[in-house]
Design a protein around this ligand. Structure first.
Ligand code: AMP
Length: 113
């Protein structure tokens, strides 16, 4: 399988505005922000989508969500933010490397479209 766009960002083959990195994950600003804060948190492990994750990924998934909350707080939006995971094309997924959207900084409607 060829590398996804996000694996290329992890490998520094294409640029991104990286805000956080550790052994397990990378976080960078979305190229097409939907709110004043729009960051993507991705695992370094190339899991295509959340439905492909397994029990072996339990700690990794917990890590991603905890870091997403930390990043929202570090960016000044700890009071209110939304975390989104799109799973599959009909749910709006366009990049098939698991990612959590952190969206904040404006009033968000529910339900999403
Ligand atoms: P999704 O539609 O849930 O798969 O989200 C994919 C997200 O990746 C979208 O919000 C895009 O704007 C974002 N995106 C696509 N290419 C890049 C890129 N090169 N750098 C940063 N974000 C990107």
């Amino acid at each position: 399988m060829s590398d996804t766009l996000f694996t290329k960002i992890i490998n520094r083959e294409i640029p991104a505005d990286i805000v956080y990195e550790d052994d397990l994950c990378l976080a960078f600003k979305d190229i097409n922000p939907q709110a004043p804060l729009h960051i993507l948190v991705i695992p370094k492990k190339p899991i295509a989508m959340i439905s492909n994750a397994t029990n072996d990924d339990e700690n990794l998934l917990g890590h991603l969500f905890l870091k997403a909350g930390d990043i929202a707080k570090d960016q000044g939006y700890g009071e209110a933010y939304r975390l989104v995971v799109n799973n599959g094309e009909d749910a709006g997924q366009t990049v098939f490397h698991l990612h959590i959207h952190i969206i904040a900084g404006r009033s968000l409607k529910w339900p999403p479209g």
